[in-house]
Design a protein around this ligand. Structure first.
Ligand code: FNR
Length: 358
């Protein structure tokens, strides 16, 4: 049952994303909130490419690049192979990587071999284990232990659970459970959404629970309401598709709420990575787009894609005059459309360019 669900998630997520070998207009490629953010062009802002460093530091960690492969899968033979290949791609390009939810392993230890390849293939990499907020501290330790993980992601997925007939219906204990896990485990905890966004209020709450960082994982890319509706003949909750906060809106709402932020959800290309960094994220992650490349076009193409994202991000920083990812925060931005309306309605101050900013 769980194995079938994991395979369904992969199949339906891939259908939401465009790759070079699929249709041009998969929904996740449509104009999104990231398109409401433009960098002001200053023709003399450029620096030398050799002056750009992609290293990013937050929550006591330094990552070689501000880009990561976010949580997806594990729990069936097929998804075990996907985890292995994602980890090889991460190793070849130096990216941090998260596994999908390790609930299948916590319920059935024989699933270990569908998650363990992530560490085996990326022995020196930054690896994140992933659990839900129902896990006990002891289970959290087991998940971390299997991967010798550098960090633990806890995912919040109320919308997904509600759309699933077999999903959870009790969420009130989550804040206390997150605090208990964060206190008990030996690695820092990152709390993430699964594509519906973390609001500023949520991030402020998490800051009080001992969490080290928040991954806003907003709307705009993989839509889990659509995935769960797609798994059954009658899409009872079709109206929840498109629910939530876009990733840029979440980043703006959650700025200065006491936690370092990571950006994922609807990141389509290196310009979106630069936009997320300009809104204050320390790194940007993607799931569906990388999965679609792997499944449709193979491992070598995924490695090429990640290499080219890193190369193009460096190029964009060169033209924007940003020496480092942190330097992009405070870039001279122009914010328009629905994102600007969102900021106006919520009284969010638009990011101001740093003095002498690009
Ligand atoms: C996910 N995501 C996810 N997140 C999580 O915390 N635990 C999980 O087990 C999963 N499972 C999962 C399966 C598949 C097939 C996909 C595509 C995604 C959510 C993921 O980490 C991310 O938050 C969202 O997919 C939004 O990012 P993208 O896909 O728009 O880049």
């Amino acid at each position: 049952m769980t194995a079938k669900r994991k395979d369904d998630h992969v199949r339906l997520a891939v259908a939401q994303h465009h790759t070079s070998q699929t249709a041009q207009h998969a929904p996740a490629q449509r104009a999104g909130a990231f398109d409401d953010i433009s960098f002001m062009h200053h023709a003399l802002a450029g620096i030398d490419r050799g002056q750009v460093s992609l290293r990013t530091s937050f929550a006591g960690w330094t990552w070689p690049v501000p880009l990561y492969i976010n949580a997806m899968t594990g729990g069936s033979p097929n998804t075990g192979e996907i985890n292995r290949d994602l980890a090889i791609a991460a190793r070849e390009t130096g990216l941090p990587i998260a596994t999908g939810s390790m609930s299948p392993f916590l319920k059935d230890p024989t699933c270990a071999d569908t998650f363990a390849p992530v560490r085996a293939q990326h022995p020196d990499g930054f690896v994140m284990a992933n659990i839900n907020a129902n896990a006990t501290p002891e289970q959290a330790r087991r998940a971390i232990g299997l991967l010798d993980a550098n960090a633990l992601q806890i995912h919040l997925n109320t919308v997904q659970e509600i759309v699933m007939p077999e999903g959870d219906r009790s969420f009130g204990h989550w804040p206390a459970a997150i605090e208990a896990i964060a206190t008990a485990v030996e690695v820092p905890v990152i709390v993430k959404e699964v594509g519906f966004g973390l609001s500023g209020r949520t991030v402020a709450q998490l800051a009080g629970l001992g969490v080290a960082a928040a991954d806003v994982a907003g709307r705009g890319g993989t839509d889990f309401a659509r995935i769960e509706n797609g798994r059954r003949p009658r899409a009872d909750y079709a109206y929840l598709e498109g629910w939530g906060l876009s990733t840029p809106a979440a980043l703006l709402d959650a700025q200065d709420k006491g936690l370092p932020l990571l950006a994922s959800g609807g990141v389509r290309h290196p310009l979106d990575v630069a936009r997320a960094l300009a809104l204050g994220a320390h790194a940007a992650g993607a799931s569906g787009p990388f999965l679609a490349t792997l499944v449709n076009d193979g491992l070598a193409t995924l490695i090429d894609q990640l290499t080219s994202w890193i190369d193009q991000l460096t190029a964009l920083m060169t033209l924007l005059g940003a020496h480092s990812p942190a330097d992009l925060a405070g870039a001279d931005l122009h914010i328009t459309g629905a994102l600007r309306e969102f900021c106006d309605q919520r009284g969010i101050l638009l990011p101001q360019p740093k003095e002498n900013s690009r």
